[in-house]
Ligand binder design. Structure first.
Ligand SMILES: Cc1cc2nc3c(=O)[nH]c(=O)nc-3n(C[C@H](O)[C@H](O)[C@H](O)COP(=O)(O)O)c2cc1C
Length: 420
């Protein structure tokens, strides 16, 4: 019987264990988690979502405070167009996070950074350019382009000395999206080094509409593999979304995939950046507790646990401090929804906003519990403590379970000895 370890993922001259831990913003896929994947010979991701918040927390910088102070005068205004990111600070923060991670890297694997195009930051091109170029300059092994079609993203780093040697890949959810990307970038004579094909069961934002349940990862992977073969394009395909066991992964490898990207199973590891009480919510979730909704201001459907405290909350938009979802005109769908509720309830001290959420504030505070569809199976991957809580896992345990398990099995951890 085959196991995932019977395969290797080739990317150029590099040979890797075919397991990629997906990017999970805001610092859910922490440096520690990514570094474990690299140590074990696979690929880990850090994320540059809300990078200034991440460095303030991890490296004691004061970027958020500085931005908040600069734009304090604008807090009560509905017009956020003046609230711009300091590009110098953005570059510094990216450098800190990437260098801080890469300086600790061991093993034969790699660490990539997840860059979401939907973080438009009130100046989409300028900020994305700084984010990607700074990450390359700081020595990241690769960049995964996410949450967007990224038709212009390669051009933004074309002049970077590492444009041809760093690993560059993109996440797509359809053959059409991949075709558009390849067509748009053909003049650069630079193919992506890998394509992550993300199906409808993934966590985070989905590349599908609310009819996501009608799609199926295996069908999309097969279509893309066939297209690449037809066009004689040698680009490794990495399948993602709902791959819960090593055997699930082997099925994609047998189809011709080069690797898998997985995330949900790592949300309950010690290395994951979620607070421990939130990890317990992931363990406890039942199938009925998980929904796909449209409250993300990005316009993409997002999967999350229904009990997320950020759902329905009506906090005042906090763009002066954050503002990562402001579009090129300084607009965000949450601001519109919030203003509508305030106008409708002028007497209320606090409004409730059901149709959109202030994603920056709530992701920063770990109050939107985004998750994969199979989160409800996490309870079967660990042991229960005497107090009813679940034992957290090590990232190495989960990684090696994917790598070595057979027969759809999930290996349980050894019981933890209570410290006295
Ligand atoms: C908690 C969580 C947060 C995520 N955040 C992001 C993100 O910021 N950017 C992104 O491209 N994908 C994100 N994803 C998607 C994962 O990187 C990955 O592709 C997908 O979840 C794999 O499916 P699985 O979770 O069923 O293993 C997230 C997934 C989870 C579970």
């Amino acid at each position: 019987m085959k196991r995932l370890d019977d395969f290797r993922m080739r990317m150029g001259r590099d040979e890797l264990v075919p397991i990629m831990i997906g990017g999970m913003g805001v610092d859910i896929s922490s440096s520690d988690l990514a570094l474990e994947a690299a140590r074990l010979g696979g690929v880990g991701h850090i994320s540059d979502a809300m990078i200034k918040t991440v460095t303030d927390r991890r490296y004691k910088t004061k970027y958020v405070k500085a931005k908040q102070a600069l734009y304090q005068y604008n807090v009560a205004s509905a017009d956020k167009s003046a609230v711009k990111f300091n590009l110098g600070h953005l570059a510094e923060a990216t450098k800190l996070h990437v260098e801080g991670t890469m300086s600790r890297k061991t093993g034969s694997g790699m660490v990539f950074i997840n860059c979401m195009e939907k973080l438009t930051m009130n100046a989409p091109k300028e900020t994305l350019s700084v984010r990607m170029n700074s990450a390359l300059d700081a020595g990241i092994d690769g960049i995964t382009l996410a949450a967007g079609l990224h038709l212009g993203s390669f051009a933004l780093i074309e002049q970077n000395p590492r444009f041809r040697d760093a690993k560059l890949g993109i996440i797509v959810s359809s053959l059409r999206a991949l075709q558009l990307f390849l067509k748009k970038n053909s003049r650069l004579n630079r193919l992506p080094d890998y394509v992550v094909v993300e199906g409808p069961l993934a966590g985070g934002h989905l590349g599908f509409g609310m009819d996501w349940a009608q799609y199926d990862l295996a069908t999309i992977v097969a279509e893309i593999l066939q297209h690449l073969r037809q066009e004689s394009l040698d680009i490794p395909v990495i399948a993602a979304g709902g791959i819960f066991t090593g055997s699930d992964a082997v099925r994609f490898m047998d189809m011709g995939a080069s690797g898998v990207q997985v995330a949900t199973r790592f949300t309950v590891t010690r290395e994951c950046g979620l607070p421990d009480p939130v990890k317990q919510e992931y363990f406890k979730a039942t199938e009925d507790d998980i929904e796909v909704n449209q409250i993300s201001p990005t316009g993409y459907p997002m999967r999350m646990i229904k009990g997320s405290p950020g759902i329905g909350d009506g906090i005042r938009p906090n763009c002066e401090a954050y503002g990562y979802l402001l579009d090129a005109n300084g607009q965000c769908a949450y601001i519109t929804a919030y203003n509508r509720e305030v106008a409708a309830h002028p007497e209320a001290r606090r409004v409730s906003v059901m149709d959109k959420t202030c994603l920056c504030t709530h992701m920063r505070n770990f109050d939107i519990w985004t998750c994969g569809q199979l989160t409800w199976r996490l309870k079967d991957t660990s042991l229960r403590n005497a107090d009813g809580t679940f034992q957290l896992l090590s990232a190495a345990h989960v990684f090696e379970d994917y790598q070595f398990s057979i027969d759809n099995q999930v290996r349980l951890p050894l019981p933890e000895v209570a410290s006295t």
